[in-house]
Design a protein around this ligand. Structure first.
Ligand SMILES: Cc1cc2nc3c(=O)[nH]c(=O)nc-3n(C[C@H](O)[C@H](O)[C@H](O)COP(=O)(O)OP(=O)(O)OC[C@H]3O[C@@H](n4cnc5c(N)ncnc54)[C@H](O)[C@@H]3O)c2cc1C
Length: 652
C-alpha cells in the first residue's frame, strides 16, 4: 500500500491547524493498515510532505492493483485459435471439455486473484531469509497462501489420476500456471520446479519411487527442486563435479556443492525432493557421464513419512535483483543419501524431460509478468493527468497521448500473441503424448520441439520489455519502488537467463531443431501458417490487409530459413549462430502476427461486436506496428559472423 500525499500550500506548515487535521486524517487511514504497510506508507508520506513541488493530494494504491485474470481470452484462445478441441476429443480427456475447463479457470482465477496476487508485494519487500541456524524462512503470507494452494488442488490438475492428479491435459495445467504466475511470479516458482521434477519422475522413476514421491509432490505436500548448476558448470552442465558413490545398499552418497537452486530450502512444506545431477565413479567425461538422483531433505521412513535429516544443507541464499520471495540457495551435499533415477549416465536425458516442460512454463513467466505490468500500467494511465492529449480517444488522462497509447497497445498485442503461442505449444506437447495416430504424435512432437525454444526465449524477452514499458508508462513514479511497477521488471530479468539462457535457446533452434528432416519440419510448419491466408483475403477490407502483412512476413521467414539451411549446410556454423537470436525473434513475430490474425477472423463470426472489433484492432496493430520488425530481424539473422568478430577482444 502506498499513499502519495500531495500537500496544497496551506498544509505545508506542519504547525498549522489545517495541516494537523489533514495529518490526523492520514494517520487514521494508516492505522487501518498492517505494520509493514504502515511503515512503508509513512515513509512515502514524509517524503511527500517535505516536497514543495507537490500541490494536490491524492491517494494511489498501485501495489495492491487488483489482478484481473483474463479468463475470457484464455478460453477464446483455447476454443478458436490453438485447437483445444483436438485434445478434448481424446477419450482420456472426455471430462476435460471446454465448458468444464472454462468453469474451472474462472474459479481458479478468482482464487489466484484473492489468495496469491495480494502476497506478491510482500514477497518482494519481506523476501525469504536464511536464519543463523541454517533454516530458511519465507514470508508469513507465503506460508498461508501455500497452504491454501495445496488445499485448493490447483497445482495437481494436469497430473495422472493414479497419483491423485486431476487427469487433465498439460495445456490446462499451463493455463492454470498462467494464473498462478501472473498472481505472483516468485511464489509460483516453487510449484513450477516441482512440476518439472514430477515430469522427470513420471517418465523415468521406478514404480517404488513413483508410489513414494509422486502423490506427495502432486498434492504439493512436498516440493521438488532441480540441481544442475555448480560454480564452474552453468550453461556447460557437462563440467559438473558433484560425486555419487554407491553405498552398497542400492543408495548413493552424494557430495558436492550446487548454486542458484530455486526453492532449495524453505519452510512451506515438511519435505523437499531434490533432483541432483552427479557423476558416478568411472563415468565418461562431459554430459555423457551424468546421472540423476533423488535426494530428499528428510529421508522417508518405512511409512513414507519424513524421517532422518539428510546431509544436505543451505549454506546461503543469494541476494538478487528480483524474485526476492523465491529462496535461491547454495546447497552443500556432504555424503547425502541419494537414489538413482533410471540408469547411470541417463542424467541429461532425464533433465531434458524436466527442462522441456519447464521451458514452456518459464516462457509463460514472460506472459505473466507482462500481463501484470500491463494491467497496472493501464490503471495508472487511466488516472494520471498530464497536459492535454492530442489524439482521437478524447481521454483526458495520459492514456490519450498517442505515445502512451502506443505503449499500452504494444503491451496488449504482445501479451495476446504470447498467450496464443504458449497454448499452441502446450497443445502440441499434449498431442505428442496422447494423440491416437502415430503420425500425428510424431508431427506434434516435432512442432512442440520447434515452438519450445521460441516460447521460452521470445516469451521471456518480451516479459522484460513489457515490464519496462510498464515503468515507462508510469513516468518517474515507475522508477520509484513504492509503485510496484519496478518489481515486475526486476522479477522478470532472470527469466531470459535461467532454464537455458535465451542465447542457448536460439542455438537449440538452429542447431538441433532446424536440421530435423533437413529443414522439412520447419518448412512444413511455415506452409501450414499460409493455410489461413485465403480466408483472410476472402474476408476483405482490414482482414485482407492484415492477411497481406502476415503473408509477407511468412515469405520472409521462409527465405530466412532457406538461408539458415544453406549456410549451415555449407559449414558456416558461426554465421548461423550469429544470426540465431534474430532468427528466433523473427519466428516469434511471424507466429504472433499469424495467431492474432486467426483470432480476429474467428472473433468476427461469434456475434459479439465489441470483442470482434477489439480482436481485429489488436491484429491490425500487431501487423502495422510490430510485424514490420520482421524485415530488420531477417536482415540481422542473415548478417553473418564476420562483422560480429570484426574487432579482436582486446580492442573491443
Ligand atoms: C535466480 C536464479 C535461479 C536459478 N535456479 C536454478 C535452479 O533451480 N537450478 C539450477 O540448476 N540452476 C538454476 N539457476 C542457474 C541458471 O540456470 C544459470 O545461471 C544459467 O543456466 C546460466 O549459467 P551461468 O549463470 O553459469 O552463465 P554462463 O553459462 O556463464 O553464461 C554466460 C553468458 O554466456 C552465454 N553462453 C554460455 N555458453 C554458451 C553457448 N554454448 N552458446 C551461446 N552462449 C553461451 C550465455 O548465454 C550467457 O549470456 C538459477 C539462476 C538464478 C540466477
Amino acid at each position: 500500500m502506498l499513499i502519495v500525499v500531495r500537500m496544497p500550500p496551506r498544509y505545508r506548515d506542519p504547525a498549522s491547524r489545517a495541516s494537523r487535521s489533514r495529518i490526523t486524517c492520514i494517520t487514521l487511514r494508516l492505522a487501518a493498515l498492517g505494520q509493514s504497510e504502515r511503515d512503508h506508507a509513512a515513509c512515502v508520506l514524509s517524503l511527500s510532505y517535505n516536497d514543495p513541488c507537490r500541490a494536490t493530494w491524492r491517494s494511489y494504491d498501485p501495489c495492491v492493483t487488483e489482478y484481473r485474470p483474463p479468463i475470457q481470452d484464455i478460453v477464446f484462445a483455447l476454443q478458436h485459435v490453438v485447437g483445444y478441441d483436438r485434445l478434448a476429443a481424446l477419450p482420456q480427456f472426455e471430462h476435460a471439455d471446454l465448458e468444464t475447463v472454462a468453469g474451472m479457470l474462472e474459479e481458479c482465477g478468482e482464487f489466484m486473484a484473492k489468495v496469491v496476487a495480494p502476497i506478491n508485494r510482500d514477497g518482494d519487500l519481506v523476501g525469504s531469509v536464511r536464519n543463523p541456524d541454517g533454516t530458511v524462512t519465507t514470508p508469513e503470507s507465503y506460508r498461508a497462501a501455500y497452504a491454501k494452494l495445496v488445499e485448493s488442488g490447483w497445482g495437481s490438475v494436469q497430473f495422472p489420476e493414479e497419483f491423485d492428479g486431476g487427469g487433465f491435459p498439460w495445456t490446462i495445467g499451463l493455463a492454470i500456471h498462467e494464473l498462478l504466475q501472473t498472481a505472483s511470479l516468485a511464489f509460483a516458482l516453487g510449484p513450477l520446479l516441482t512440476h518439472g521434477a514430477i515430469d522427470a519422475l513420471l517418465h523415468y522413476g521406478s514404480d517404488e519411487q513413483k508410489a513414494l514421491y509422486l502423490p506427495r509432490m502432486v498434492s504439493g505436500q512436498w516440493t521438488g527442486t532441480m540441481n544442475l548448476t555448480e560454480p564452474q558448470a552453468g550453461t556447460d552442465v557437462g563440467a559438473l563435479t558433484t560425486r555419487a558413490v554407491p553405498n552398497g545398499d542400492g543408495s548413493y552418497a552424494i557430495t558436492g556443492q550446487k548454486i542458484f537452486i530455486t526453492y532449495g530450502d524453505h519452510d512451506l512444506t515438511e519435505n523437499i525432493v531434490h533432483l541432483v545431477l552427479a557423476r558416478t565413479p568411472g563415468a565418461p567425461e562431459g554430459t555423457r557421464g551424468i546421472s540423476c538422483f533423488i535426494v530428499p531433505k528428510f529421508v522417508p521412513d518405512a511409512d513414507g513419512e519424513p524421517g532422518e535429516r539428510n546431509a544436505v544443507s543451505c549454506l546461503a541464499l543469494e541476494h538478487k535483483l528480483g524474485i526476492h520471495g523465491s529462496p535461491t540457495a547454495v546447497l552443500s551435499y556432504e555424503g547425502a543419501t541419494g537414489y538413482l533415477i533410471g540408469e547411470e549416465n541417463l542424467g541429461m536425458r532425464i533433465m531434458f524431460v524436466m527442462m522441456n516442460s519447464a521451458r514452456v512454463s518459464v516462457g509463460m513467466q514472460g506472459l505473466a509478468v507482462g500481463t501484470r505490468a500491463y494491467q497496472q500500467a493501464l490503471e495508472y494511465a487511466g488516472q494520471r493527468v498530464q497536459g492535454e492529449p492530442i489524439g482521437p480517444s478524447g481521454d483526458a488522462t495520459i492514456s490519450g497521448h498517442p505515445d502512451v497509447r502506443r505503449m499500452l497497445m504494444t503491451q496488449r498485442a504482445y501479451t495476446l500473441a504470447l498467450r496464443r503461442l504458449l497454448l499452441l505449444n502446450a497443445v502440441h506437447i499434449d498431442l505428442a503424448q496422447h494423440a491416437e495416430d502415430d503420425a500425428e504424435r510424431e508431427r506434434s512432437a516435432e512442432i512442440a520441439a520447434l515452438l519450445t525454444p521460441i516460447s521460452k526465449s521470445w516469451g521471456t524477452d518480451l516479459g522484460v520489455e513489457l515490464a519496462s514499458l510498464g515503468i515507462q508508462i508510469h513516468g518517474g513514479m515507475g522508477y520509484i519502488e513504492e509503485t510496484g511497477a519496478a518489481q515486475h521488471w526486476r522479477d522478470s530479468r532472470i527469466t531470459p537467463i535461467y532454464e537455458g539462457t535465451n542465447g542457448v535457446q536460439a542455438a537449440d533452434l538452429v542447431g538441433r531443431k532446424l536440421p530435423v528432416r533437413d529443414g522439412a519440419s520447419f518448412l512444413e510448419f511455415i506452409a501450414s501458417m499460409r493455410e489461413d491466408l485465403p480466408a483472410l483475403q476472402a474476408a476483405g477490407g482490414e482482414f485482407a490487409a492484415v492477411g497481406a502483412s502476415v503473408g509477407a512476413s511468412i515469405d520472409l521467414l521462409e527465405r530466412t530459413t532457406g538461408w539458415m539451411l544453406r549456410t549451415g549446410g555449407g559449414g558456416d556454423a558461426a554465421s548461423v549462430l550469429a544470426g540465431s537470436s534474430a532468427y528466433l525473434e523473427l519466428w516469434g513475430h511471424v507466429l504472433g502476427g499469424w495467431l492474432l490474425a486467426r483470432s480476429a477472423l474467428a472473433a468476427s463470426g461469434l456475434g459479439d461486436a465489441a470483442e470482434a472489433a477489439d480482436q481485429l484492432a489488436t491484429a491490425r496493430f500487431f501487423a502495422s506496428h510490430l510485424l514490420p520488425k520482421s524485415a530488420a530481424l531477417a536482415a540481422q539473422a542473415t548478417g553473418g559472423a564476420a562483422d560480429v568478430f570484426g574487432i579482436p577482444l582486446a580492442r573491443l
